[in-house]
Design a protein. Structure first.
Length: 145
């Protein structure tokens, strides 16, 4: 009997220590916001207006009018900054375009809104490629001047 009690006490102690250290099997982490956006699990209105339209617009304004004028285009830092920004925006808008498309597929409201959101997602993805090419082209022109 005493052996069984010590075994169950050992198991209980192991459970307590594993849950305190964050390794409990019962504790499931919620997926990140970016993953939920990509899967289309965030409502369409929030996905479209906040993450697909407003944040990229704000980021572009900040980079174009605050950061880009301070960069020396022919320096390594300037070149890396332009390439990193263009690449980041290309990847971000691609992820958000997929998220808008998937979120629109789950949208329970009028189907016309869902179709317009899907059209915007396609145009956004094409626009992101054009945007990245514009930044790459601008860098090439400015670095050869």
């Amino acid at each position: 009997m005493a052996f069984r009690k010590s075994t169950s006490a050992s198991k209980r102690a192991a459970e307590i220590f594993s849950s305190a250290s964050g390794h409990a099997k019962e504790r499931a982490k919620a997926p990140s916001l970016l993953l939920r956006l990509f899967r289309g699990e965030v409502p369409l209105i929030r996905t479209f207006w906040t993450f697909f339209l407003s944040l990229p617009l704000l980021g572009d304004l900040v980079f174009t009018y605050l950061i880009f004028p301070m960069l020396e285009v022919d320096s390594a830092v300037g070149t890396a900054s332009i390439f990193m920004w263009a690449t980041f925006m290309l990847v971000y808008v691609a992820i958000m375009s997929v998220g808008v498309w998937r979120s629109a597929s789950r949208y329970a409201g009028p189907s016309s809104w869902a179709m317009l959101a899907k059209l915007a997602a396609v145009l956004g993805a094409v626009g992101a490629v054009g945007y990245a090419l514009m930044w790459y082209g601008s860098w090439m022109i400015l670095s050869n001047a």
